[in-house]
Design a protein around this ligand. Structure first.
Ligand code: ADP
Length: 334
């Protein structure tokens, strides 16, 4: 598991929960989303009703689960957490929905990965607070409607475009989370440091923020690695130098590239003259699966403007060459 992987490692759940903000006021960044959501929650409290269903979209690690927990917290209601892949049968979802208490928040992560029948059951539940349970098979089958208490669905997806229109339309409020800027990430790192009982000086917070790929989960993870390093080296206050040394040890470079990102960039430039090179050739040359290249390394290199995907293959940009300290070979005039 790379230190800059945006998905949580299986053994990371507990350490992550310890760093979650529990109130909307403590949620850093995303000011528009926070303001809009705050209004939705206040209005619901005024009316004494449950808030509209909320759809949160954005890359992993940007705070979707955290916001779902905050919504339940702010409304003073319980939270039930599940995910699309965990619900393969409509019956699984019917059981969860009929077990909800009034006002409860249901967080459905990776909602785009639910099965079709479960999705259709969800439409009705979101709209009419009712599920139809089908009893029997074939021509004798009958649907028995079961009322469920009003609840708030908080759905999360990495891309809202993956959701079928009818499902998207049933959310009263939709928010798109964006990558965080370094000022927000510095604040997140400093707040988390406080919770971990360590002190970051201003520059060390900036060192961590710079390497976090715009992602709070990564900022928190790098911070924990820096904390380990500081403890072993008996450092009271974390300085920029100490943060840099720690992150170098974990092979995270100043822009947040890890070993694989650099290997990919290096292969395109050094072995294939800057490209174009096909994905599978590239994967073989860095001894990785094509999916890992395509889903993990490539998106970040493209986001940084270090490489491009063209119909003929992957190519390195001048900025990509520069990051390796090299200049692209001059093109022969045609
Ligand atoms: P997602 O569900 O989008 O993958 P999470 O909500 O699990 O992301 O957030 C990952 C980690 O980052 C958590 O430990 C959380 O505390 C932290 N985090 C995310 N967004 C923020 C934020 N805006 N302010 C402070 N911490 C945040």
């Amino acid at each position: 598991h790379s230190p800059v992987d945006p998905w949580p490692a299986p053994d990371e759940i507990a350490s992550e929960s310890a760093l979650r903000p529990s109130a909307l006021d403590d949620f850093e960044g995303q000011p528009r989303v926070v303001d809009q959501l705050s209004l939705v929650l206040q209005a619901a409290r005024h009316r004494g009703s449950t808030p509209d269903h909320v759809l949160l979209s954005g890359p992993p690690g940007l705070g979707k689960t955290t916001l779902a927990m905050i919504i339940a917290n702010e409304m003073g209601v319980p939270l039930h957490i599940t995910s699309g892949p965990a619900i393969q049968h409509a019956g699984d979802l019917a059981a969860i929905l009929s077990g909800l208490t009034e006002g409860e928040v249901l967080f459905l992560d990776e909602i785009h990965r639910m099965s079709r029948p479960a999705e259709e059951l969800l439409y009705l539940a979101m709209e009419d607070f009712r599920v139809d349970v089908v009893v029997g098979k074939g021509p004798g089958a009958t649907a028995i409607p079961i009322e469920i208490p009003p609840f708030t669905l908080v759905g999360a997806t990495t891309r809202a475009g993956l959701l079928p229109g009818p499902l998207r339309d049933r959310f009263g409020f939709t928010a798109q989370l964006d990558y965080y800027d370094s000022v927000d990430l510095e604040r997140i790192a400093r707040r988390s440091a406080g919770k971990l009982g360590i002190t970051l000086d201003a520059e060390s917070a900036a060192e961590i923020a710079r390497r976090s790929r715009g992602t709070p989960r990564i900022a928190n993870r790098l911070l924990r690695r820096v904390r380990d390093y500081a403890q072993v080296h008996n450092a009271g206050v974390v300085t920029a130098e100490l943060a840099r040394d720690a992150l170098e040890l974990y092979e995270v470079d100043p822009l947040g590239l890890d070993r694989l990102d650099r290997a990919v960039l290096d292969a395109i430039c050094r072995r294939f003259g800057g490209g174009p090179v096909g994905l599978s050739t590239l994967a073989i040359s860095v001894a990785e699966e094509t999916e890992t290249i395509e889903e993990v390394a490539e998106p970040f290199l493209v986001r940084l403007g270090f490489m491009m995907r063209t119909p003929r293959g992957r190519i390195a940009t001048p900025a990509g060459w520069a990051h390796l300290g090299m200049v692209p070979p001059t093109q022969e005039p045609a």
